[in-house]
Design a protein around this ligand. Structure first.
Ligand SMILES: [Zn+2]
Length: 428
């Protein structure tokens, strides 16, 4: 533990609180060694970080999911974490005050605000130090798990630097040659293979004829295997994969088809986010120096762009399952900081009473969705949209484990970097 870290703890936690927490920890968790009890909740040393992004998820998405999945008096697993706060998300972009996923993830991974589309480069295009690489340098293992393309903006900013989020084959190349995450699981096979090499997922499939291999960096899957990655492309292969460096690509692009309701919209990933998360933790947790794992449910954002309420709720349910996996891990490994947030709002969503029949936001794509059942009740709610784009409203952040208390209050999204760097840039 660095001395600045000790100073911080002294400021945050009165000695009596530490003692009480240690006693309570010992009673609750007799299996822990005596010196580990103070790790419980927010007291002890953090070794690892699980950071979960509900892409496009703001307070309204969480509330709609709470009503639908847990009921009026229920709570989502993501809302049971003991610490909560809120994050503002505005970027430093010459053209807009509303962020995209690239600028938001850059804020998390580098602590620097930048322009939309930037992957961990500053407003002048200069590459910034990234936590995914710094964690490796500190001896930790790293991984990313997403239902988006593994090279999509949100995971990319932790593990690559490029002026354009669209350069996803370059991002894949940097994963293999520069940042070397130990576990890479999600979609986006099209970027890992050159045109004409379809791979495990056929080019131009019926559900989306635009999908086809389009990488310009050679056969990066073969390259990954040469670098020691096990490569898997199905649920069966993932289940059988041994611990060690792992690349799993489970779709051409996103692991779902984002469309408006009834227009070919599909949310049915071949492997669910919770299963990928569990597999990643199995491998990463073997490193005694700790790990960083980024987990993302992309369907929330993509279906909110389509103003598709039912599919947003499905994606929220998927995220909930993954959160439960992470929570169970943290309960057994109290030296892990768990953080759950969104990168920005998408859809300008609000939760309304279905008896209000006037649809103030119009009757096109943004028509109210629902009514949706409230779990365990006869009541229902509708989901109303104000835009197919992102908005600037704050996102909630909930956290558990060492340092989690730092997330109390309202902060800019760069504050994620402030807290996470305390864990990921220090050698223990
Ligand atoms: Zn979006």
């Amino acid at each position: 533990m660095g001395s600045s870290r000790k100073r911080l703890l002294r400021l945050l936690v009165p000695a009596t609180t530490v003692a009480t927490a240690a006693v309570a920890g010992a009673v609750l968790n007799p299996a822990l060694p005596a010196n580990a009890t103070s790790h419980h909740h927010d007291g002890g040393r953090a070794r690892s970080v699980i950071f979960i992004n509900g892409d496009g998820m703001s307070a309204a998405h969480r509330e709609a999911a709470r009503l639908h999945l847990a009921g009026l008096d229920g709570q989502l697993a993501m809302d049971t974490l003991p610490v909560s706060g809120q994050l503002s998300t505005s970027p430093h972009d010459p053209k807009t005050a509303i962020t995209d996923s690239a600028a938001a993830a850059t804020a998390w991974a580098t602590g620097t605000k930048t322009y939309n589309g930037a992957i961990s480069v500053d407003v002048k295009g200069k590459p910034l130090p990234i936590l995914g690489k710094q964690a490796k340098a500190a001896g930790k293992s790293t991984g990313l798990v997403t239902t988006a393309q593994v090279t999509d903006a949100s995971p990319a900013a932790w593990f690559s630097q490029t002026a354009d989020r669209g350069a996803q084959d370059e991002i894949a190349r940097q994963y293999l040659e520069v940042s070397k995450p130990d576990v890479i699981l999600g979609g986006g096979e099209d970027w890992w293979l050159p045109a004409g090499t379809p791979g495990a997922f056929p080019d131009k499939p019926a559900e989306d004829p635009d999908e086809a291999s389009k990488g310009t960096k050679g056969n990066l899957i073969k390259k990954a295997e040469r670098e020691g990655y096990q490569y898997v492309s199905s649920a069966k292969e993932l289940a059988r994969a041994k611990r060690g460096k792992l690349l799993g690509l489970f779709s051409n692009e996103e692991m779902f088809q984002q469309r408006p309701e009834g227009q070919g919209d599909i949310y049915s990933p071949v492997v669910d986010l919770a299963t990928m998360t569990k597999k990643a933790l199995d491998t990463l947790s073997t490193n005694k120096k700790g790990f960083f794992l980024f987990v993302e449910e992309e369907g929330i954002d993509e279906f909110a762009h389509e103003n598709n309420g039912s599919r947003v709720l499905q994606a929220m349910a998927s995220l909930e399952k993954a959160v439960k996996v992470a929570k169970a891990y943290v309960a057994a490994h109290p030296d892990t900081l768990l953080v759950i947030t969104g990168d920005h709002d998408c859809g300008g969503l609000t939760v309304e009473d279905p008896s209000d029949t006037e649809d103030e936001s119009g009757t096109g794509l943004s028509t109210e969705d629902g009514p949706f059942k409230i779990h365990g009740s006869n009541l229902t709610f509708t989901m109303d949209w104000t835009t197919t784009g992102h908005t600037g409203v704050d996102v909630p952040v909930t956290a558990e484990g060492p340092l989690s208390k730092l997330f109390t209050g309202k902060h800019p999204n760069t504050y994620v970097h402030t807290v996470l760097s305390k864990v990921l840039t220090s050698r223990h």
